[in-house]
Design a protein around this ligand. Structure first.
Ligand code: A3P
Length: 279
């Protein structure tokens, strides 16, 4: 098959860009009526905030708790075709589901049923840098002409799944919801064991201290990168790139850094989410 042209790789729907091949409109439309269950385990993360890290941990936790038998990758719900969504609608509880969608586009049923949602955020600068490398290495996304060009697109929200800032602002209003847990990439980097413990508690996974320690040991960047061929095949090295806090310093100009600080402050300043992100 002929390679897709860069300009066709994303399409715009209701103002937001989506990946043409992975989440065509029929997927998004079918999702609107996906029925949530109160015991679903839903992971939400803006692209590059640590989705694959956390989904890997959730899989380990569920296997250890005797809940999930199939250790294969969990696709984003927006990547599921209408047929696959039917399969999911019949699969046994508890289901492990994930998405990069903006809160307003998460199927309404999840809010109605008060399904527990674990939300992972990462500071916007490292998120942008990670996204820049990812878009250049993943064939389903358009190549960035330069860091400066990508930075501008990230700032204006003209990247797949839309604006980081819009998504963060939406969650900032739900930090205290009992069915919502927000965890940051930066917190996990420093407190992996405690992070695993808190996530287990949130979802009521009954794991022993030993199981928690084992999961944390298997979830370091090094451990997950070593296992990435098995978990992610060819894209292993693309998903597990550097795994550090602060790589933005190698990419941002002084002016870009200041501009993003100002935008962040304007959008999120004074919110509990900003305090959690300590950025
Ligand atoms: P970098 O590009 O900065 O390395 P997502 O899974 O949401 O696409 O996020 C990918 C980012 O999470 C990548 O960031 C990746 O390296 C990082 N990551 C994945 N697993 C990790 C882990 N176990 N520890 C730390 N970072 C991890």
């Amino acid at each position: 098959a002929k390679a897709m042209k860069d300009e066709d790789k994303l399409y715009r729907h209701q103002g937001t860009l989506y990946v043409s091949i992975m989440s065509p409109l029929e997927n998004l439309q079918a999702l609107e009526t996906l029925e949530a269950r109160p015991d679903d385990v839903l992971l939400v993360a803006y692209p590059k905030c640590g989705f694959n890290w956390m989904i890997g941990m959730l899989q380990k936790m569920m296997i250890a708790a005797g809940l999930e038998k199939d250790p294969k990758q969990t696709p984003l719900m927006e990547f599921l075709s209408p047929e696959m969504q039917k399969v999911i609608s019949e699969s046994p509880s508890p289901r492990l589901l994930g998405t990069h969608l903006h809160l307003k586009n998460i199927p309404a049923s999840f809010t109605a049923k008060k399904t527990k949602m674990l939300v992972v955020f990462r500071n916007p600068k490292d998120t942008a840098v990670s996204y820049y490398h990812f878009t250049n290495k993943n064939a389903v996304l358009p190549k960035a002409e330069s860091w400066d060009k990508f930075y501008s697109e990230f700032m204006s929200g003209d990247v797949a799944w839309g604006s980081y800032f819009d998504q963060a602002l939406a969650w900032a209003k739900h930090v205290d919801d009992p069915n919502v847990m927000i965890v940051t990439y930066e917190y996990l980097k420093q407190n992996l064991v405690e992070g695993v413990r808190q996530v287990c508690k949130f979802f009521n996974f009954a794991l022993s201290e030993e199981q928690i320690q084992t999961i944390a040991q298997g979830s370091t960047f090094e451990a997950m990168k070593d296992n990435s061929k098995d978990s992610h095949g060819q894209l292993g090295n693309v998903f597990f790139r550097k795994g550090e806090v602060g790589d933005w310093k190698n990419h941002f100009s002084e002016a870009q850094s200041k501009e993003m600080d100002a935008k962040y402050e304007k959008c999120l300043g004074g919110t509990k989410l900003a305090a959690l992100l300590k950025y």
